[in-house]
Write a protein that binds this ligand. Sequence first.
Ligand SMILES: Cc1cc2nc3c(=O)[nH]c(=O)nc-3n(C[C@H](O)[C@H](O)[C@H](O)COP(=O)(O)OP(=O)(O)OC[C@H]3O[C@@H](n4cnc5c(N)ncnc54)[C@H](O)[C@@H]3O)c2cc1C
Length: 432
Amino acid sequence: MSKRVIVVGGGAAGLMAAGQAAAAGAEVVLIEKMKRLGSKLAISGKGRCNITNAGDISDFIRFYPGNGKFLYASFKQFDNQDLIGFLKELGVETKIERGGRIFPVSDEAETVIAAFQKFLSQHKVKIILGHTVEELVLEKETKVVGVKFRRSRNKTSDSNTSNDQEFCPAGAVIVATGGASYPGTGSTGDGYKLAAQAGHKVIKPLPALVPLRALEDWPRELQGLALKNVEVSIWVDGVQKGKQFGEMMFTHFGISGPVVLTLSRIASHALAEHKKVEVRINLKPALTFEQLDARLQRDFKRFCNKHFKNSLDELLPKSMIPVIIRLSAISPNKVTNEISKEERRRLCHLLQELRLNITGTLGMAAAIVTSGGVDTKQINPATMESRLIKGLFWAGEVIDIDGITGGYNLQAAFSTGYKAGRAAAEYIQSTE
Ligand SMILES: Cc1cc2nc3c(=O)[nH]c(=O)nc-3n(C[C@H](O)[C@H](O)[C@H](O)COP(=O)(O)OP(=O)(O)OC[C@H]3O[C@@H](n4cnc5c(N)ncnc54)[C@H](O)[C@@H]3O)c2cc1C
C-alpha cells in the first residue's frame, strides 16, 4: 500500500491537514485546483481574515446551527487557543476585536497564507497547483488507493489534448474541497461529487450567511442605510423561527448586514421547501409597545402644530421618514394633533414590526458559507475518517457544518483539518 497522503484542496482545512499529516511523518501531496493556495482565505474577513473567536471553546458549539456537536472532538484536540499558538510559532501575531473576533495583527489574510506556506515547506509537503482532482480511486469500494486528477481547465486550454488525466496513488486521501459558495475561489462543490462517488450521502447544499431578497420595493429607496440596535425576526409560514439583535442594512434588492446574514440560513432552508418567509424589523426594540406609544404621544404633543411628515425627525433616520409615512397610511400633511389614537397605534405597530416578504437569497455566489454537505453521520468525528471507505478523510466546509460569522467557520476548517491530517498520518503508519 502507498504510504502517501493526498490532500485535495488547499484552503484553510487542506492547508492545515497537509501540514499536520506531514508533521506527523507522512509523505504528503497537496493538489489544489487554482493557481494559488488559499484563495478564499485571502478574501475572508474582508481581506483581514477573522481566523477564530476568543470565546470559550466550550461555548462554540452553539454557533454552528445544525451539526455543531460533531465538532466536539476536533475542538478538543485543536481549539482556538491552539490555533493562536500555532500561528504565533509561525510568526503570526493576533489581536482581538469587537465580539471576540481574532485577526492577524497585520490585518492581512496574506500573512496567514504565507505562514501556512512556510509550515508546508518546513514539512516538505509537495504542492501541485492548477490541477483538479476528478475522481477517487477505490479498491473493492471499501478502501481508497489514490485519486485521478487533471490540469485545471481554463478558457484557453479546454481543447488542449495533452491535458490527460493522471493517477496518483495514496494510502489515504483527505478531501478538503470546501463548499459551493463563492465559486470564484475554487470551491465549486467538487467534493460533493467525490462524496457521491464514494457512496456518501450529501445533505443538499444551500447558501448561508447570505443577503436576502425582498418582494417589496421600498428597501431600494433606503439602499445603503445601516440600522444599529434593531431586532430582526424571521417567520416561516407564520411561525417565528429566529430573532437577532444588532445591525442590518438595506440594499437595492432587500436586506443584508450581520443580523440578516445570521438569520439567512433559516430563510434559505425554508425557501428551499417552498415555505413563506417573512422578516419583521423592530426599529425600537428597547421600548415596549406602550412605552413607544407614550413616546409618540409626547412627540405629537410637542409638535402639535407640525405636519406629520415633519414630526418624526427625532425618531427615525431622515431617509426612512418618507417610507414609514407611506407605509403608515397616515396623511403626511395631517397636523399631528389631528392624528387619531388608532393611527398612532398603527404607527407603533409599524415601527416595531416592519415587515418584508423574502423571495430568495442572493445565492451561492454571494454566500459566505454553504449549509449542507457530506453527511456527518457517515464520518467518524474522532478521526474525520469516512465510516464507509477506509483511508478516506473529510475536512472543512465540504462537511455538513456551517457556523455564524465571527471566526467560527475558519476555526471549524482548521480544527477538522488538524484532526484529519493527524488521523490520516496515523492511519498510514498503522498499516505499515
Ligand atoms: C467573502 C468571505 C469571507 C469570509 N470571511 C470569513 C472570516 O473572516 N472568518 C471565518 O471564520 N470564515 C470566513 N468565511 C468562511 C471561510 O472562509 C470558509 O468557511 C473556509 O475558508 C472553508 O475552508 P475550506 O478549506 O473548507 O474550504 P475552501 O477555503 O473553500 O478551500 C477549498 C479549496 O479546495 C480547492 N478545490 C476544490 N475542488 C477541488 C478539486 N476538485 N481539486 C483540487 N482542489 C479543489 C479550492 O480551489 C479551494 O482552494 C468567509 C467566506 C467568504 C466567502
